[in-house]
Design a protein around this ligand. Structure first.
Ligand code: HEC
Ligand code: HEC
Ligand code: HEC
Ligand code: HEC
Length: 313
């Protein structure tokens, strides 16, 4: 293909950089530079909202209208190289396939493991997976895994974190879950939230056994950290140091860890050298409470560290 002289050469981008080109507009973010350029990194021009209170629930689901970027960064699919244009045609913006067929193009008994080696061979578009009547709203992948919330009366937005519904965590920590979205189970909606979620937990138990409850979640850690509870200090440090966790979650943890001061600050400072620019930004936010008088000394030592790491004389 000939080079058409476009500002962005998509052939030169990796998957995450490709997502960044959509995210300039499809992110809840604020500008940090007057000189934003499409051929520069998204984070050179913008600061996205982290998984913060008021914007996201503690488990990472969208609370306020945060658009798609911050959510999708948390998704396992993002980590495995799925990009926005895998599902959305970049010119028509239409979904590449309708309904469950879109998801079943990868999540099926004969999955494209040549492109995504960790995909499980399994028929998800079946009652064995979703336990709802065929063709009902409870049988649509979207309603359980990327559920919509309507903002400003007429503005439906789908939660691109692609989480797995967890009514047990709703019971324990209060974050919502897709199964309890309005309109799903009208009979149960008359009950108190606790009873409704209990009913959901029992249904999940019948269908999925016990393993589903062991799937790791940041809900408890983040809820406690947001309250400033010292119990969250060690788990937050573990999240920060876990390369398997999404960068935006690690960044949020660095931001939250700063509030504890003392020895926690050493770990936050260390993140100023992290390979992910988002984690570095999270660390800067985490150091906001540091007295101004200490900042120049700190920055000087970081500068020395960076020079050492890059072996610049
Ligand atoms: C220059 C800003 C900008 C960029 C870059 C951009 N979009 Fe959009 N996009 C918009 C606006 C504005 C809308 C309409 C408002 C909305 O729905 O959020 C929109 C709407 C959409 C919609 C919804 C269409 C519909 O029918 O409701 C999709 C899907 C979408 N964009 C995907 C993408 C993808 C994928 C990329 C990257 C390949 C991208 N956009 C890049 C600004 C942008
Ligand atoms: C292009 C292939 C592709 C398409 C299309 C796709 N997925 Fe995925 N999905 C993946 C991959 C790869 C993973 C990661 C699998 C793994 O490592 O466990 C994944 C993981 C998931 C997970 C597990 C998340 C977790 O935290 O464990 C869910 C849920 C999911 N996808 C739902 C969907 C839904 C819903 C759709 C349709 C809207 C969809 N996927 C479309 C490739 C795809
Ligand atoms: C009624 C809600 C519901 C619907 C509809 C639904 N899922 Fe799920 N999905 C779940 C639940 C609950 C789990 C967790 C199950 C477990 O832990 O065994 C899950 C887990 C998953 C996982 C991750 C677990 C794994 O096996 O790797 C993927 C991927 C997934 N679903 C894809 C899909 C796709 C694709 C569709 C549509 C064809 C779909 N789901 C429809 C509720 C649903
Ligand atoms: C795995 C498939 C998948 C991926 C990847 C994906 N989306 Fe979506 N997206 C959907 C589905 C499904 C909808 C719901 C559309 C509908 O029902 O018409 C949607 C809806 C949207 C909408 C319409 C507004 C809304 O939230 O409902 C926008 C804008 C959008 N996506 C942008 C993006 C951007 C930007 C990315 C990358 C950061 C992205 N999407 C990644 C499947 C995906």
């Amino acid at each position: 293909m000939t080079n058409k002289g476009l500002v962005v050469d998509y052939r030169a981008l990796d998957e995450h950089q490709q997502v960044d080109t959509c995210s300039r507009c499809h992110a809840r973010r604020f500008p940090v530079s007057l000189n934003d350029r499409y051929d520069h990194s998204f984070l050179d021009g913008f600061m996205p909202e982290l998984v913060d209170e008021g914007f996201y629930y503690a488990d990472g689901q969208m609370l306020d209208e945060v658009f798609n970027y911050g959510s999708f960064l948390q998704a396992k699919m993002y980590a495995k190289g799925v990009v926005c244009t895998t599902c959305h045609d970049s010119h028509t913006l239409k979904l590449r396939r309708p309904g469950n067929l879109l998801c079943a193009s990868c999540h099926q008994p004969d999955p494209p493991t040549f492109a995504y080696p960790t995909l499980k061979a399994k028929n998800y578009d079946s009652r064995d997976h979703h336990f709802h009547k065929d063709d009902s709203i409870g049988a649509e992948c979207v309603n359980c895994h990327i559920p919509p919330t309507t903002y400003m009366v007429n503005d439906p937005r789908h939660d691109h974190s692609f989480l797995i519904p967890r009514p047990d965590l709703s019971l324990q920590w209060g974050a919502p879950n897709a199964c309890a979205k309005a309109g799903c189970h009208p009979d149960q909606e008359k009950k108190a939230a606790t009873e409704y979620n209990q009913w959901l937990v029992e249904a999940m138990g019948k269908w999925y056994g016990v393993e589903w409850k062991n799937r790791p979640s940041i809900t408890g850690i983040m809820t406690m950290a947001r309250r400033g509870d010292p119990v969250a200090q060690i788990p937050l440090s573990q999240v920060i140091s876990d390369p398997e966790k999404p960068a935006i979650v690690r960044a949020t943890s660095a931001e939250l860890l700063g509030q504890y001061g003392g020895s926690s600050l050493a770990l936050v400072i260390q993140q100023l050298l992290d390979a992910s620019p988002l984690v570095r930004v999270g660390a800067v936010c985490g150091l906001a409470t540091l007295p101004n008088s200490q900042k120049p000394k700190l920055l000087d030592s970081i500068r020395k560290e960076v020079q050492k790491a890059r072996s610049i004389p």
